[in-house]
Write a protein that binds this ligand. Structure first.
Ligand SMILES: Cc1cc2nc3c(=O)[nH]c(=O)nc-3n(C[C@H](O)[C@H](O)[C@H](O)COP(=O)(O)O)c2cc1C
Length: 319
């Protein structure tokens, strides 16, 4: 699996509409779903939760949970749906998630994480990977992170996505936990030196393709979250700059054109158009008239219109 450039799992953001849109911008990036708890998959409407379009590949599902057998069962279902990788979330710091004993608190329990990974690996043939932090709270991020990675890799995990900051489990909101604990990229580079046989993907605070290329001198891949979502046009540089594919210049409006058949088919199936257009707001960031375009997209969201109307609108702008 090629993780040289990944778009991060983000709750309420990287849903199937967002991923379809991102795929129009980059063919080679590795995409992730939002986190889904294993129990949601075992007890919920799997078709609704897991369905996606083949065009979204390469695509991984991210699971949350800490019960080895539930995670194994959820992994089997996910593999049957066609996900190419199952990723376990060991990085989410929210209080609710901590109470459920999953996410970042599990960094304190490498044995349990190993059991989960082992159970998942045994049940599926696709890779099982981990997304974690460099530590939590006052944990010694040198010795302890090595111990965690070593133990979990023994259970069969070969790819670790590392958000290069600690999670502080008390007193910080999830949002603050993505901003306040300091970034420590060197620690992630060192991890790659210590475990050269593992795939180490770096995440956290990366904003440009240039920075991504810098990181690739030290690690196997980069993962971008907020910048990819807020400024999605950056993804049009990935295939040529990171994967050396031929460059195909594309305009922002071309992307909207390409999305129209998808929008129409989703509307026909009863999807609320705002569920798609909300992901497009960053596309015109920094452009003159961006505010008007966004206003227009919002106004479209209030009523379903035939696709012709969007085409008329798009033909009036060309950026
Ligand atoms: C709105 C939002 C939702 C997120 N949801 C998840 C999630 O479901 N699973 C996860 O592992 N990380 C989640 N994250 C964290 C990101 O995957 C990523 O690790 C973090 O934002 C740091 O990367 P960035 O600086 O490139 O955004 C979320 C981040 C944001 C902003």
């Amino acid at each position: 699996m090629n993780h040289r450039f990944c778009v991060a799992p983000m709750m309420d953001r990287t849903d199937r509409h967002c991923r379809y849109f991102h795929r129009l911008l980059t063919k080679r990036s590795f995409l992730y779903t939002e986190m889904l708890h294993s129990n949601a998959i075992l007890n919920g409407d799997v078709n609704k939760l897991l369905k996606f379009k083949a065009e979204e590949h390469p695509l991984a599902i991210q699971l949350g949970g800490s019960d080895p057998s539930s995670l194994a069962e959820a992994s089997v279902i996910s593999e049957e749906f066609g996900f190419r990788e199952i990723n376990l979330n060991i990085g989410c710091p929210s209080t609710k998630v901590q109470k459920g004993r999953f996410g970042a608190v599990l960094m304190r329990e490498p044995e349990l994480v190993s059991k989960c990974i082992y159970a998942m690996k045994r049940s599926v043939s696709v890779p099982v990977t981990v997304k974690c932090r460099i530590g939590v709270d006052d944990m010694d991020e040198d010795a302890y992170l090595d111990k965690f990675i070593k133990e979990v890799s023994f259970s069969g995990c070969e790819t670790f996505i590392i958000h290069a900051r600690k999670a502080w489990l008390r007193g910080l909101s999830p949002k603050d936990n993505r901003e306040i604990p300091p970034l420590n990229y060197q620690r992630v580079y060192k991890l790659k030196e210590t475990f050269p046989e593992l795939n180490i993907i770096i995440n956290g605070g990366i904003k440009t393709i240039k920075e991504s290329i810098e990181h690739l001198n030290y690690v196997d891949g980069v993962m971008l979250g907020r910048e990819a979502y807020d400024n999605p046009f950056i993804l049009t540089e990935v295939d040529s700059e990171i994967f050396s594919e031929p460059m195909h210049p594309i305009r922002r409006t071309d992307i909207l054109y390409k999305l129209l058949p998808y929008i129409q088919s989703e509307i026909d199936q009863g999807t609320k158009i705002s569920h798609i257009t909300k992901h497009l707001m960053g596309l015109f960031k920094g452009f003159e008239g961006a505010k008007n375009i966004r206003k227009y997209l919002v106004s479209l969201s209030n009523e379903v219109q035939p696709v012709d109307n969007y085409e008329n609108f798009l033909s009036e702008i060309a950026i």
